[in-house]
Design a protein around this ligand. Structure first.
Ligand code: 5RP
Length: 220
């Protein structure tokens, strides 16, 4: 199966988590989530709506006629479904390839359960081959980059990308992430960093993993 077919498999499988009527579902961003949203559209009469992690997902949800709520107007969400750029065996992730990491992290924090949907290529032993995205306040870009070098990384500014929050992204290459929780905290402590793409303090609760064979494994 192609990677795209596997993403679709994982996205569709996650509909099983919509197991009550009138749920408000947290949705992430990206090509795997796109399939989840397409699936949600087929059961939209059963849900109340969604909280969205990006302008891109909001647009798609609205095109499908799915109501989109502000996070501030709802309580704790039962479920948040999102993809990942890398996920390890402890279900800690690198996210932010689509530059939506900050809103994704906020909704994940405000949800009781985080279900990650991914194809097998994302499942890794060690995080860090995928460059770690860091969202920064624009005026802090070069200061933050110098601090990231001190942590052993090779920061590269993702030019021409402005996040939904009006900020910039630095991708940090060559990090061997042996302690994701510690690194997440260290990077978040650099002044000018909004957040970084390590989802380690709050990882996923379950991973819906589409194996290249076409089988789905649910890893908890
Ligand atoms: O973190 C993300 C966006 O900020 C995405 O979840 C991540 O990039 C995976 O995307 P895709 O499903 O397209 O491979």
């Amino acid at each position: 199966m192609t990677q795209d077919e596997l993403k679709k498999l994982a996205g569709n499988y996650a509909l099983k988590y919509i197991d009550q009527d009138d749920m408000i579902v947290g949705v992430g961003t990206g090509s795997t989530v796109r399939y989840f949203i397409e699936g949600l559209a087929t059961i939209k009469s059963r849900i109340q709506g969604c909280v969205s992690s990006s302008e891109q997902s909001t647009k798609l949800l609205k095109e499908f006629g799915i109501p989109v709520y502000e996070l501030n107007s709802v309580g704790t969400l039962d479920i948040y479904v999102d993809g990942a750029d890398e996920i390890n065996h402890q279900l800690k992730m690198i996210k932010g390839g689509g530059a939506a990491l900050t809103r994704e992290k906020i909704i994940a924090a405000a949800s009781a359960k985080f279900v990650c949907i991914a194809d097998e290529s994302k499942y890794v032993d060690l995080l860090g081959e995928f460059p770690l995205p860091v969202e920064v306040i624009p005026m802090a870009r070069s200061y933050v980059a110098r601090e990231l070098v001190k942590l052993g990384g090779n920061p590269v500014w993702r030019e021409n990308v402005v996040t939904d929050n009006g900020n910039w992204i630095i991708d940090v290459h060559n990090l061997k992430i042996l302690n994701p929780v510690e690194l997440e905290q260290k990077i978040n402590n650099i002044v000018g960093v909004v957040t970084n793409g390590l989802f380690a303090m709050r990882g996923a609760n379950e991973l819906v993993l589409a194996r290249s064979s076409g089988n789905i494994d649910v890893i908890k």
